[in-house]
Design a protein around this ligand. Structure first.
Ligand SMILES: C[S@@+](CC[C@H](N)C(=O)[O-])C[C@H]1O[C@@H](n2cnc3c(N)ncnc32)[C@H](O)[C@@H]1O
Ligand code: SF4
Length: 500
């Protein structure tokens, strides 16, 4: 069954959907979806860019084992500051997981989605995984269920997935060519033996493609994750996007490889380079012609809790949960009220198709802006932001590009830049590093910024802007773009931008 695709890719073709607020169609591209599909994605923070500002997710780490080895994965390494896939602090039994989900859902009513994504492969631990799903579908029917898998055992579990009403499945597909696969997967465990190299990759690819087809035939939404590995599959992922789209995948999430040597992965140890921001965006744009792309993935831990981009896992460790008194029946009433009010707001936003901006001169160049945002608003102090959302403003409108992670650089009471600046290393302060991370952006929008970061941002050619605090992000970005356009600095002959 061919599923309709979320049109969250921009620049949009004429008449196409677009996430941009200025391209003449509804933001987030959900408006054109059939009602039953929209209902599945509009409150799912991974499937809808708009929803991720408001709705939270959680993962429970019930699945320790894996049936393949990826050259980028080492599930053993944990560190409280570490937020990346496969890493967990506490492995849970299914019963503990249920307790935790009910406690978190009662505490965070906007938590709509429960995923099992490891720390190994959920389908290599089917007993623990499906026990968790079975209990949850009985005890918390208002929570959407998701599973992430490498796909090796997917075909044999599709019926069970359907039985538990799991209508969102993520498959990691890094290649459709076994020769490429052999460079990513040293071995798989298949029919009680280890199979190495090209033969192992061939079986894995076959199983992934078969599982994908079986899911989409049943109308289950599939997101495909692909890890972008420079020099290994960077030239190949466009083909992957095309193939999975043909099989009915709903969304493609191309994620950057994380390959730090201290994580102890094969790639990390071998010095395999990670992709740059530009490589990632270029590839996402290239694949966008074939299907809808996810650009807001935060590559969560296997026990993440909260909005994408935040991790509240420390508030919900089992020792804390064990002493919580949860009345889930009562919580469900509150959860429904919160859910419905957010959906109402999102529907109202979607109903207002913003026209293409008229007061931007023809031929104006696009501008990248970094936003310290929260809940869809320009809401964070520059010094408090742990990530910046990157938007592109152009004559077509505003589109979300990506996020960039930063670190709290201010150790003082006032994190707006007036406290003690923490050193990142011998040669660079965290503030300097954060500013380097924002390279390529010409404006930073935040609710407040201190004197020191202000001066350093300006020196780096990035205009700090605190004029749009608490405004909706896309409106604020467009307002600043128009201000810049009015100065005439966006036309082709202009060299550098300086906002007055
Ligand atoms: C930890 S896995 C768990 C689910 C399942 N085992 C799988 O691989 O799909 C979740 C996602 O993180 C990705 N991932 C794991 N380690 C990574 C790394 N070092 N860099 C980028 N992505 C990584 C996986 O490819 C997968 O898409
Ligand atoms: S399939 Fe998932 S859990 Fe297994 S090695 Fe690969 S990334 Fe790690």
């Amino acid at each position: 069954m061919e599923l309709p695709v979320i049109s969250n890719n921009a620049p949009a073709a004429e008449g196409g959907g677009c996430s941009s607020s200025g391209c003449g169609t509804a933001p987030d591209g959900l408006a054109h979806l059939p009602d039953h599909i929209r209902a599945k994605v509009q409150d799912h923070p991974c499937y809808s860019e708009q929803a991720h500002h408001y709705f939270a997710r959680m993962h429970v780490a019930v699945a320790p084992a894996c049936n393949i080895q990826c050259n980028y994965c080492n599930r053993k390494y944990d560190c409280s500051n570490e937020s990346r896939p496969g890493v967990v602090s506490e492995l849970l039994t299914p019963d503990q997981a249920i307790k935790k989900v009910l406690a978190v859902a009662a505490e965070i009513p906007q938590m709509t989605v429960l995923g099992i994504a490891g720390p190994g492969d959920p389908l290599a631990n089917p007993g623990r995984t499906f026990d968790t799903f079975r209990q949850l579908s009985e005890k918390a029917p208002d929570i959407k269920l998701c599973v992430s898998t490498n796909g090796l055992s997917l075909p044999e579990h599709v019926d069970e997935i359907a039985k538990h009403n799991i209508d969102h499945v993520t498959i990691t597909i890094n290649c459709v060519d076994p020769e490429v696969g052999a460079k990513i997967y040293p071995w798989i465990y298949w029919e009680n033996k280890r199979i190495f190299g090209i033969e192992g990759a061939r079986i894995l690819i076959e199983q992934q493609q078969k599982g994908l087809q079986m899911l989409t035939d049943r109308g289950i939404l599939v997101k495909v994750n692909s890890v972008l590995i420079p020099g290994v599959n960077d030239q190949h992922l466009k083909e992957v996007s095309k193939v999975v789209k043909e099989k009915g995948a709903f969304l493609h999430n191309v994620m950057p490889l994380i390959a730090e040597a201290e994580h102890g992965t094969y790639y990390g140890i071998m010095g395999q380079p990670e992709p740059t921001q530009e490589m990632l965006q270029e590839l996402q744009d290239a694949c966008a012609g074939d299907m809808a792309m996810m650009r807001h993935c935060r590559q969560c831990r296997a026990d993440a809790v909260g909005l994408l981009g935040e991790d509240r896992g420390d508030e919900f460790t089992m020792d804390k949960i064990d002493v919580m008194d949860v009345d889930y029946e009562a919580a469900m009433v509150r959860r429904k009220a919160v859910h419905d009010s957010i959906i109402e707001k999102l529907e109202a936003e979607r109903g207002v198709a913003k026209p293409k901006p008229t007061d931007i001169p023809e031929g104006s160049r696009p501008v990248l802006m970094a936003v310290a945002g929260k809940n869809g608003l320009v809401a964070e102090h520059f010094g408090h932001a742990r990530e910046f959302l990157i938007y592109e403003a152009s004559p077509e409108g505003v589109r979300f590009i990506s996020h960039r992670k930063t670190e709290l650089y201010c150790g003082g009471m006032d994190a707006c830049g007036d406290g003690d600046v923490v050193e990142a290393g011998a040669s660079e302060s965290l503030l300097d590093r954060n500013i380097r991370i924002l390279e390529g952006c010409e404006v930073v929008l935040c609710s407040k910024v201190g004197y020191e970061p202000w001066a350093k941002l300006e020196a780096a050619g990035i205009a700090p802007n605190g004029e749009h605090a608490m405004e909706p992000i896309e409106d604020a970005v467009m307002a600043v773009y128009k201000e810049i356009a009015a100065t005439g600095k966006l036309l082709p002959q202009t060299d550098s931008l300086k906002v007055a």
